[in-house]
Write a protein that binds this ligand. Sequence first.
Ligand SMILES: NC(=O)c1ccc[n+]([C@@H]2O[C@H](COP(=O)([O-])OP(=O)(O)OC[C@H]3O[C@@H](n4cnc5c(N)ncnc54)[C@H](OP(=O)(O)O)[C@@H]3O)[C@@H](O)[C@H]2O)c1
Length: 179
Amino acid sequence: MRTSVYIAVSADGFIARQNGDLDWLPGADGSDPDSIEDYGYKEFSASTDVLVMGRLSFEKILTFGEWPYKDKKVVVLSSKPDNIPQALKDFVQWKNSSPPDLIKELSLQGFNHVYVDGGKTIQGFLFNGLVQQIILTKIPVLIGEGIPLFGPLAGDVLLKHIKTQSYPSGFVQTHYEVL
Ligand SMILES: NC(=O)c1ccc[n+]([C@@H]2O[C@H](COP(=O)([O-])OP(=O)(O)OC[C@H]3O[C@@H](n4cnc5c(N)ncnc54)[C@H](OP(=O)(O)O)[C@@H]3O)[C@@H](O)[C@H]2O)c1
């Protein structure tokens, strides 16, 4: 079982404004699906077989309109009661689970590669030593304050730099393996 993060951050380390807005992140709402450059997203996403996201990320995606993950099992983590819209019940599972328990369960179900998304959620997996790969796309903008990608850890997490690619848009994408 492998767990990966693929996420965009502002140059000052935020994944969204404090109120969840992504207006600083070009293409975040999928409004340009024909864009030739996808920053390796489709290839990455196709390599994963289950997506685990936090409730707040889920609620944000619901505002985009069409559900973008119909070909993948999605688990939404929350301590609150199930709030999945009826139309998505076949695609989304609502779960209150610690990262270690969830990874154990998904592994027993035969899943091989987890895509974990949402700041708080990623932090929970990192805290538990359950992330193997981080693909970080840095957007050339400072937004000053917002929702941070990283947070407290049980100890330092050493990263092995795999590669960095810069794009004409100014996006800079770095791949790390977590040691
Ligand atoms: N820049 C990007 O590429 C990118 C990517 C993804 C998301 N985002 C943005 O980031 C924002 C959301 O990130 P976030 O850090 O605020 O929140 P998040 O990680 O999406 O969601 C946090 C919530 O998930 C639930 N949760 C997480 N781990 C759990 C666990 N182990 N057990 C039970 N519940 C758990 C909790 O929900 P309850 O409160 O219900 O218990 C928690 O409040 C959104 O604005 C989204 O659009 C940006």
